[in-house]
Design a protein around this ligand. Structure first.
Ligand code: PMP
Length: 281
């Protein structure tokens, strides 16, 4: 298949140098953008977040947003991607190894490629289980950087427990999950961690919050505790392509009735409608 490398669409081929800063330091940022029936879902929001991440780590993107949109659309077209994701990453470029930023004539490496991926309808309909794990990440989780080792270790723990996610706690507070945001429902109201430096402000999270507003479900962007999670009526997680997945059990504790809840089910239905509407227009 083809890939995007800075401004050019080329054969997918390894041209990343061993001194790429992403490879050696995780010195870069990324986005995972969902594709449904050949359409990007919330592309502008993803690229805005990419620009924000770039700014926060003092990296200048090699392409302007409009050019990038054009190239990404071209990429899914030449690869004939219908259902899946585009993975996009930008590193600080290739330079002789040294922790400090390389000289100004080093250009960032932007790469993007496509990956087939089905929407996790089975998980959405049936729900899944989760494990808790301590949030040992740095304090800028709002930046979507390539430094994912804590997330890798957390997800591995989930997999070893046949769980869909590992949910992070920092002290008493639930922050998010290894690659998704966490929501709880209590007495008909939804709670999710505020979008600050402790979490990544998920694009799916934002969509779910706006869907809740449309459905007149109250959303509280407030912190909640591990105890609140265990005693919630419902728990669900959100992420690109995962969409919205109900969590029925966390560690050994059953959440609510132990089956997908009313609120999550309503949100999933509305979320699917949003995607259908996008595909039709
Ligand atoms: N939190 C973390 C730590 C993530 O890695 C992800 C997935 N990128 C999310 C939340 C969900 O973000 P989004 O809805 O934009 O995929």
């Amino acid at each position: 298949s083809k890939m995007l490398w800075n401004g050019s669409i080329i054969d997918r081929d390894s041209l990343i140098d061993i001194e790429d800063r992403g490879y050696q330091f995780g010195d870069g940022i990324y986005e995972v953008i969902g594709v449904y029936d050949g359409n990007f879902f919330m592309l502008e929001e993803h690229l805005e977040r990419l620009e924000r991440s770039a700014k926060e780590i003092k990296l200048t993107l090699p392409l302007h947003s409009n050019d990038l949109i054009k190239k990404l659309k071209q990429l899914i077209e030449v690869n004939q991607l219908k259902e899946g994701i585009v993975y996009l990453q930008v590193t600080r470029g290739t330079a002789e190894r040294g922790h400090h930023f390389p000289s100004n004539n080093t250009t960032p490496n932007l790469v993007a490629y496509t990956k087939l991926e089905e929407t996790m309808k089975k998980e959405e309909d049936n729900g899944g289980i989760a494990v808790l794990t301590e949030d040992i990440r740095w304090l800028r989780c709002d930046i979507k950087t390539l430094n994912l080792l804590p997330n890798v270790l957390a997800k591995q723990k989930a997999v070893e427990h046949q769980a869909v996610e590992a949910i992070f706690y920092r002290g008493d507070i639930i922050t998010e999950a290894s690659s998704s945001n966490v929501f709880i429902v209590k007495d008909g109201e939804v709670y999710t961690h505020p979008a600050n430096h402790y979490i990544l402000n998920g694009i799916t999270r934002r969509k779910v919050i706006s869907i809740c507003k449309d459905l007149q479900i109250k959303v509280n962007e407030e912190t909640f505790t591990v105890q609140d999670l265990f005693s919630a009526d419902e728990v669900f997680v959100t992420a690109t392509k995962l969409d919205v997945v109900p969590i029925l059990k966390v560690d050994d504790k059953i959440i609510g009735t132990g089956s997908p809840g009313k609120v999550a089910t309503e949100i999933i239905r509305a979320f699917r409608n949003t995607i259908e509407e996008m595909i039709e227009t």
